[in-house]
Design a protein around this ligand. Structure first.
Ligand SMILES: CC(C)(COP(=O)(O)OP(=O)(O)OC[C@H]1O[C@@H](n2cnc3c(N)ncnc32)[C@H](O)[C@@H]1OP(=O)(O)O)[C@@H](O)C(=O)NCCC(=O)NCCS
Length: 333
């Protein structure tokens, strides 16, 4: 019998109804539809409207749909890891809030913050709990309500981000399909280029921090771009090399959706044609922890058992990584 791997056995995603188009952004900041499309590939993104709604509400929709698809009840989930940069509250963890709202009474869980690489970090972390043999049903959520921390007067950031998220279920598999390998990296010096200045313990929120708009995403776009374009390609090439994967072996590249130019550079470096790249940035923008599960959800019907997927991401921190997955089932359930 082959060793126990963690297989993705179900996936689901959810995005809010409200569509924020480039044309609408043209009315908020000095920008153009053409600039945004050419420089980022984004046409529209979703925004969660409604008082009192947070990341957990996006996740609950994704999770409830996933449980229904898989035909299991919430009480069967043993563990939940929620990757998010926009938790409902500073504490407790959004994972606990999702458990409460969905009725996962037997699950313990925690949040994981690795910015846009969070879903990959969480996926790999969850897989180790399955591989250990101690847990049989681990839920991994990637979700963000970026509209909560985006400054809609700053044209350099507000055009990029959107709200959304998704979830995957991990279960043990012994047929060779599942999460095969991963390369995860971080470099804390990168925090200088992408962070949120206020609201943490160094600079708690105050009237002054709000007036100075320090509770929003701060980004030095060019510095982040240069780093991302190299590092995401590096780890994708590394995972191919050490698993002896040729471009023809790979069914899909599943990239973090931050900028179409970064995705194209990664695919080029891997020698993969655009027909094998999951791309939905034009519809959803950068949903931070949501991008990869949203792609898997949208492409689920096209996936086959045994398909070789390379997932790749980078994010604030800096964090970056790639994960090699052999898909475990045919099409949608
Ligand atoms: C943010 C980003 C799209 C900007 O694109 P860019 O090609 O690097 O653009 P630059 O920052 O060099 O700016 C070029 C010009 O466009 C302007 N500009 C910036 N945003 C603009 C917008 N929304 N509309 C119109 N012009 C804009 C700049 O002010 C600058 O003008 P200037 O030349 O007069 O100074 C790009 O840097 C990027 O995607 N970076 C990575 C961001 C990322 O992935 N973040 C998430 C991490 S997970």
């Amino acid at each position: 019998m082959e060793k126990t791997l963690a297989a993705i056995t179900a996936v689901n995603g959810w995005v809010p109804e409200y569509i924020l188009t480039n044309n609408e952004l043209e009315k908020l900041v000095e920008t153009t539809d053409e600039w945004i499309i050419t420089r980022t590939g984004i046409r529209e993104r979703r925004v969660l409207k409604g008082k009192g709604l947070g990341s957990s509400d996006i996740a609950v929709n994704a999770v409830n749909g996933l449980l229904k698809k898989r035909g299991i009840g919430p009480e069967e989930i043993e563990m939940i890891i929620c990757a998010t940069t926009t938790p409902d509250l500073v504490f407790p963890a959004t994972a606990n809030i999702i458990s409460d709202k969905t009725g996962m009474k037997n699950a313990f869980g925690f949040d994981l913050n690795a910015a846009c690489s969070g879903f990959l970090y969480a996926l790999v972390s969850g897989s180790k709990f399955i591989e250990s043999g101690q847990y049989k049903k681990v839920l991994v959520v990637g979700v963000d309500k970026m509209s909560a921390i985006v400054d809609y007067t700053d044209r350099t950031t507000c055009v990029i981000f959107g709200d959304g998220g998704g979830a995957v279920l991990l279960e043990p598999s012994t047929d060779g399909n599942g999460i095969i390998d991963s390369v995860l990296k971080s470099d804390g010096a990168g925090r200088a280029h992408l962070h949120q200045k206020a609201g943490g313990s160094v600079l708690p929120s105050s009237h002054e921090t709000i007036d100075a708009r320090q509770h929003y995403v701060y980004q030095e776009g060019q510095a982040v771009f240069k780093f991302a374009v190299t590092k995401m390609a590096d780890v994708s090439a590394e995972i191919m090399e050490r698993n002896h994967l040729k471009p023809d072996d790979i069914a899909w590249l599943v990239p973090h959706q931050a900028n179409k130019r970064i995705i194209d550079a990664t695919a080029n470096r891997m020698g993969i044609g655009s027909e094998k790249v999951m791309l939905n940035i034009q519809k959803f923008g950068n949903t931070t922890n949501g991008t990869i599960p949203l792609c898997l959800w949208e492409w689920e019907n096209k996936l086959h058992k045994g398909d070789k997927l390379v997932l790749a991401a980078f994010g604030g921190g800096f964090t970056w990584g790639s994960v090699y997955v052999k898909w475990a089932y045919d099409g949608a359930k």
